[in-house]
Design a protein around this ligand. Structure first.
Ligand code: NCD
Ligand code: ZN
Length: 342
């Protein structure tokens, strides 16, 4: 196949940051995606409908002239989020979901929830008004091995949560394990997003010839058998699995440091990366539904009507793209990809 034309996709998990960083990265997303679920982990986080409205305005102002993009906003759940805020979020035309970060799990998660049961009142209202809950599904217990934190979250928190709130619509974000795939398959009212890095790479890449900070994200890359399970899920044609890049830009000096930040930057070339992964599984025919149909279907939004075209062209991912004071190193920098957005 030399050319692939599909319905314009959406990114169901995206970090855009703010200010100069937002202006630098947003054009990359807008070239490919019509809409994106915007993560609320700013400093301070987006906690109220008013915060989300103001952030949405800043995003819309940063959209390049003549192009269109719809940011789907999320609220950052804290121990103190009120039921009233959930009702207001549901009533607002642009808040699409609520994001749960366990306190301390990842970048800018200090305001996150300290104990999931603190939020039962809020989950109850979310279930009633049908507002989806997006989960960063990792435990933060330092005694749990970092590679087991997703599995432990499912056992310790997610299974009980779904027992308490069976009709709450949940997205388990950026899944990384066979256990997550199996849980999503077996449980009603739950879907999952899958990133390009977790489809393309196992944890070996983190240490290939030395330590590779630009492959470090959370949840961390896992063993090859998990990657195979994710690739199988993404290319299976099951609508519970859809595209979410988790593109998470950090300046080069924050990644290449004695305590480097978690996050891979994939918004530059996300669709090329996904095409590479799907082609490796001989499943390019399944890319359109994963990227463009199952997400809007889950979120009960219309599918896009425009199209994008990818061509079979070998090109080299740049070593760096302009960002803030320091540059931004994209995922797979300096390496070749064989699909390119036309
Ligand atoms: C994200 C970020 O940098 O905001 N980092 C990451 O590794 N995925 C936070 C997150 O989604 O965990
Ligand atoms: Zn994320």
């Amino acid at each position: 196949m030399q050319e692939l034309t599909i319905t314009r996709p959406d990114d169901w998990h995206l970090h855009l940051r703010d200010g100069a960083a937002l202006k630098a990265v947003l054009p990359h997303t807008v070239r490919q995606f019509a809409r994106a679920i915007i993560m609320p982990n700013l400093k301070p986080p987006v906690r109220t409908v008013a915060d989300a409205a103001a952030y949405r305005d800043r995003i819309l102002t940063a959209v390049p002239a003549g192009q269109s993009f719809e940011p789907l906003m999320t609220l950052y759940l804290t121990d103190n989020t009120s039921a009233e805020e959930i009702v207001a979020a549901k009533a607002s035309p642009f808040v699409t979901a609520v994001k749960y970060y366990p306190a301390g799990a990842t970048t800018n998660s200090d305001f996150g929830v300290t104990d999931m049961s603190n939020c039962d009142r809020v989950f109850d209202v979310m279930q009633q008004v049908d507002l989806p809950l997006l989960l960063h599904g990792e435990v933060t217990d330092p005694a749990v091995d970092v590679f087991d934190r997703e599995k432990a979250f499912i056992e310790k928190h997610l299974i009980p949560l779904k027992q308490r709130f069976p009709n709450l619509r949940v997205v388990l974000e950026h899944i990384t394990t066979t256990e997550a795939v199996e849980f999503v398959l077996a449980t009603p009212q739950i879907a999952a997003t899958i990133t390009p890095q977790h489809l393309l790479f196992s944890r070996n890449i983190l240490f290939k010839g030395g330590i590779r900070p630009h492959f470090y994200c959370l949840p961390i890359l896992k063993r090859e058998r998990h990657r195979q399970a994710l690739l199988q899920a993404a290319t299976s044609g099951n609508p519970k699995f859809f595209l979410g890049t988790d593109s998470a830009p950090h300046p080069r000096d924050s990644k290449e440091s004695d305590c480097g930040c978690a996050g891979c930057y994939s918004a530059l070339h996300a669709m090329a990366l996904y095409a590479e992964a799907f082609e490796s599984a001989d499943a390019l025919d399944k890319l359109e539904a994963f990227a463009s149909f199952y997400g809007p279907d889950f979120y009960q939004l219309p599918r896009n009507t425009e199209q994008i075209t990818l061509t079979k062209t070998t090109w080299r991912v740049p070593d760096e793209v302009p960002f803030v004071e320091a540059g931004l190193v994209p995922l797979w920098a300096g390496q070749e990809l064989t699909w390119q957005l036309a």
